[in-house]
Design a protein around this ligand. Structure first.
Ligand code: URP
Ligand code: ZN
Ligand code: ZN
Length: 459
């Protein structure tokens, strides 16, 4: 059965137009005027018709900080669809030395038959031994064309600089993209020890022991080593001006250095960690939330394409899980629940506030993500694209609340905040997943997506 999304404003990264979108099965077959075609009509009058958002930074069903992130591929992708996200690229973590294959199988197994929207994986390398480096090509063969390393979290996830360089070199040769979490893990460990010894145990000390300098230093190191290796590099979750400036400098010098920020760095600040009681623990993530003075710089970096993407780094933990760090901030599981909130928040504070055009919001949440991470049929609305489409109603008021959130957490970081518009309908490959408050698909609708290799000419 064909579907005709009629009368909306179709917004691609490059242009907007009032047009109908004709969908046949899983694919868009035309954008224009279609009178008298035999199709199920979806009236989009007064709405924006957007390519489904893609979230390239999520952590579903991930072991971390002595517990597991609270959303699995079912609950996490329901929430994604409700927020207008039709594809995620999640992080599979290397759990064993000497290769990547068994870890990938674990993650594939968890996602298969569970997801409501399409998904791919990055492979996070935590032990870059020779066998692991050799195994990287088999990941690319599977459509996993990006690898992540952490310069933070010593003794858990962190790789050393020599390992990072080895990953960069191999990824370059495989035409894959290296992603990097930039914080100086060892220096931070020193600051954490000193704070705990001084009895500073509250959530705010998580932020105070991970200062901006630690992120900027690691970002500068990461982009320099990538430049030395002649490898493209993508810096994840840039939180502050000092770190963004390192990327800007590298790009000005011709490096293939790219980066994202996340909604929490645009809309939350270090003050959230000072909330009374233990509520600040809900806002513990790494890099930490920063002084709000950074936010105008992050918006500028997005406007000027110094940063190319806004993701969520969705890594949810319930209050009970966060309480693992009661009396010792270093044991609070790191991460925020945000997968559902990106598009409505960016529309409100980006488009409606006059900071970004609708086209730029589409670009930083969908088109650039697809191009950066090799999702060839996603990120735009046009003939031949996957029919991953959001009918975004600018008049569909939404109040963020734990009561309406589909994320599997017992609080909402934006509780009570209101936005003017939100997704009315979300289609994944032509199937309605979210219809005005209701999830319509069964787990398993979402399929694994193989991704193409990195190509800077796409960007
Ligand atoms: O605090 C965070 N960001 N948790 C998820 C893991 C990571 O570093 O991305
Ligand atoms: Zn990270
Ligand atoms: Zn992350």
């Amino acid at each position: 059965m064909r579907k005709l999304i009629r009368g909306g404003t179709v917004v691609n990264a490059s242009e907007s137009a009032t047009a109908d979108v004709l969908v046949d099965g899983e694919t868009v077959v035309g954008v224009g005027r279609f009178d008298g075609v035999d199709a199920e009509v979806i009236d989009a009058t007064g709405c924006f018709v957007l390519p489904g958002a893609i979230d390239n930074h999520t952590h579903l069903s991930m072991p971390f900080g002595g517990t597991w992130s609270a959303d699995d591929y079912d609950t996490g992708t329901r929430a994604a669809a409700a927020g207008g996200t039709t594809c995620i690229v999640d992080f599979a973590l290397q759990m064993h030395r000497g290769g990547l294959r068994s870890s990938l199988e674990e993650w594939m197994g968890r996602a298969e038959g569970a997801a409501h929207v399409d998904y791919g994986f990055h492979m996070a390398i935590t032990n870059a031994d020779a066998a692991t480096i050799a195994d990287m090509s088999s990941m690319v063969d599977e459509g996993i064309t990006s690898f992540k390393v952490f310069l933070a979290y010593p003794n858990v996830l962190m790789v050393t600089d020599d390992q990072y360089l080895a990953v960069l070199e191999r990824a370059r040769d495989l035409e894959a993209l290296t992603m990097v979490h930039c914080e100086n893990g060892h220096a931070i460990a020193h600051l954490v020890s000193k704070a705990l010894a001084a009895g500073q145990t509250d959530p705010i000390h998580h932020a105070l022991t991970r200062p901006e300098t630690m992120e900027a230093e690691a970002t500068g190191r990461a982009v320099r080593l990538a430049g030395f290796a002649g490898a493209p590099v993508f810096v994840v979750h840039v939180s502050c001006k000092a770190a963004a400036d390192e990327i800007i400098r590298a790009r000005a010098a011709g490096a293939r250095a790219y980066g994202e920020t996340c909604i929490q760095y645009l809309f939350n600040s270090v003050d959230d960690l000072r909330r009374p009681g233990f509520e600040g623990a809900r806002y513990v993530c790494s890099p930490p939330l920063r002084d709000a003075a950074n936010q105008p710089h992050l918006w500028d970096a997005l406007r000027l394409d110094h940063l190319q993407i806004v993701s969520t780094d969705h890594c949810p933990f319930n209050d009970e899980q966060k309480r693992l760090g009661l009396g010792d901030f270093s044991k609070i599981p790191n991460g925020l629940a945000a997968i559902q909130h990106r598009l409505p928040m960016l529309w409100e504070h980006g488009v409606r506030a006059g900071r970004l055009s609708p086209n730029r919001v589409v670009e930083i949440t969908s088109t650039a993500v697809a191009r950066m991470f090799g999702l060839e049929r996603k990120g735009w609305i046009g003939a031949g694209a996957d029919a991953d489409i959001v009918v975004f109603d600018p008049a569909r008021r939404h109040v963020f609340s734990c009561a309406t959130s589909l994320m599997n957490v017992d609080y909402d970081i934006y509780e009570g905040r209101e936005v003017a518009g939100s997704p009315r309908l979300t289609l994944s490959r032509g199937t309605v997943v979210w219809d005005d408050g209701r999830i319509c698909t069964r787990p398993g609708h979402g399929q694994y997506v193989r991704r193409a290799v990195f190509d800077a000419r796409r960007l």
